[in-house]
Write a protein that binds this ligand. Structure first.
Ligand SMILES: [Cu+2]
Length: 125
């Protein structure tokens, strides 16, 4: 092999490794909810083609308030469901809708649209 051929092979291998890492290995560390003077850990989640951020980290034993803002008309995301907490809320377009939860146990809890198509994760540490 000539030197330039070797360079091409190495560059291609690095690119492939990067793609594999990005799509399959990289863990979504998520966003940490901010502790506010209200005593709540708070985060705002934009609902538009998915949840953004889709992973939120909170501390166990302190109340959490997640405020959803839905900026789309797709009926898919009309409702958000926190199955593990027995909570669900309708998300009228353009409105701020708070959901309050008490994270008692560490773990990863999914939240979804009512059809389970959009997914997010609440990580309790
Ligand atoms: Cu849906």
């Amino acid at each position: 092999m000539r030197v330039d051929e070797i360079v091409v092979v190495v560059v291609a291998a690095v690119l492939i490794a990067g793609i594999v890492w990005f799509f399959w290995i990289k863990k979504d560390l998520g966003v940490r909810a901010a502790a506010t003077s209200s005593g709540y850990q708070e985060a705002t989640i934009l609902v538009k083609g998915g949840y953004n951020p889709s992973t939120i980290r909170v501390e166990r034993g302190k109340p959490v308030r997640l405020t959803f803002r839905r900026e789309e008309t797709s009926p898919c995301s009309e409702q958000v469901v926190f199955d593990a907490f027995g909570k669900h809320k309708d998300l009228p377009q353009g409105q701020l809708v708070p959901i309050e939860l008490m994270p008692d146990k560490p773990g990863e809890y999914e939240f979804t649209c009512s059809m389970g198509m959009l997914r997010g994760t609440l990580i309790v540490e």
